[in-house]
Design a protein around this ligand. Structure first.
Ligand code: FAD
Length: 334
């Protein structure tokens, strides 16, 4: 029978899950604390410029995601990106895979999530941070803005980075909280640069295997981009974690110096963003490997579940697949 399901998080995992649940007739409400959907598939917009500052591109291997990507391309919200790729530092660490196809959202990285949210019609509620999951007589209620919301849900799915899911589950499902808390996610500083003129360095993107940077990209080289010339710098996880409290001015200066050393050009027009949960930390112990629970977690007794990139391998494709897997568990009821 039709259920009312709450999905917390309107990133790709949550929207994937909500879409699959709605397709079989469940009533779904998606909550996100942000003003927009897409989570870490994000684009920063400034005056006359825009720049993807989370996920940079994605790949598609699983046949179900390949089919989803075909729908996105049909809808005009994703396209192939074929950057001229450079590798800096020890080349062995990052091979240039000529056969690998890279995709981006068009005209922004947020576009696929916005398209999915559009198809969900009225089901997405933005600007609603969920602060607690409260047991109700039959089902669950959610707390936001210091008060319990009116709706009672038959099931709740958390489509959040593992540490944020763990915090929300602490009070209502300690065992699930424990599973999520076992996954460590790592930070990444991002610096966006804009220029008055085109900046052609002979490459459009690069893997960096030495120094503070790990990746840089000419955002303007992605398909469908408008506005001022923009470049994106991502710092490596180790550097980002060591500089969590460093002032943005200093982060921007240090990362721009590293960019300059690779042939880049320093810009006075920069914006820095600190991502706390960019990727999954490698787990040297081999215990409680992220994803060991399968691509989603579902507790049928509690009618609580989890999905997110961290359950599906830590990338855009994994986030979408995890959302699908969570929906299958809810639909099957086991
Ligand atoms: P998210 O996108 O994080 O969605 C979670 C949502 O939950 C967010 O919208 C957030 O606002 C919301 N939320 C959080 N707490 C609450 C709350 N309490 N109440 C309500 N809402 C809440 N992937 C690739 O495939 N290729 C890449 O090149 C790549 N590069 C990356 C670079 C960076 C810097 C980062 C940060 C990520 C990168 N990724 C990349 C990873 C990719 O972005 C993620 O795997 C994917 O977008 C995760 O989707 P998700 O739905 O699991 O989580």
């Amino acid at each position: 029978s039709a259920q009312h399901v709450a999905v917390i998080g309107a990133g790709l995992a949550g929207l994937s899950c909500a879409t699959a649940l709605q397709a079989v007739g469940h009533r779904v409400t998606v909550f996100d604390k942000s003003r927009g959907v897409a989570g870490r598939m994000s684009t920063r917009r400034g005056e006359g410029w825009a720049c993807d500052h989370g996920a940079q591109y994605f790949t598609a291997r699983d046949s179900a995601f390949v089919a989803e990507l075909a729908r996105w391309r049909q809808a005009g919200v994703a396209a192939v990106w074929s950057p001229r790729l450079a590798v800096f530092g020890e080349a062995g660490q990052h091979r240039q895979d000529g056969a690998l196809q890279r995709f981006v959202g068009t005209p922004h990285m947020t576009a696929p999530a916005q398209w999915l949210a559009g198809n969900l019609a009225q089901a997405v509620r933005l600007g609603q941070p969920i602060e607690a999951i409260l047991p109700a007589a039959k089902g669950w209620r959610l707390q936001s803005g210091g008060a319990a919301l009116d709706d009672v849900f038959d099931a709740v799915l958390l489509a959040l980075p593992a540490p944020q899911a763990a915090a929300l589950l602490q009070g209502c499902a300690p065992e699930l909280a424990h599973q999520a808390a076992a996954v460590r996610m790592r930070a990444s500083w991002a610096v966006m640069l804009t220029y008055e003129q085109a900046l052609d360095l002979g490459f459009d993107a690069g893997f960096v295997n030495a120094g503070p940077l790990r990746w840089l990209a000419r955002n303007s080289s992605k398909p469908g981009r408008m506005g001022a010339e923009s470049w994106l710098l991502h710092a490596r996880a180790e550097w980002s974690e060591a500089n969590l409290q460093t002032p943005p001015e200093q982060v921007a200066a240090e990362l721009q110096q590293a960019f300059k050393a690779l042939g880049g050009v320093v810009s006075e027009r920069w914006t820095a963003h600190r991502w706390l949960y960019a990727d999954i930390a490698p787990n040297p112990t081999g215990v409680a490997e992220p994803g060991s629970a399968g691509p989603a977690i579902w507790d049928a007794r509690l009618s609580l579940g989890l999905c997110g990139d961290w359950l599906g391998g830590g990338k855009v494709e994994g986030a979408w697949l995890s959302g699908q897997a969570a929906a299958r568990r809810v639909i099957a009821g086991v």
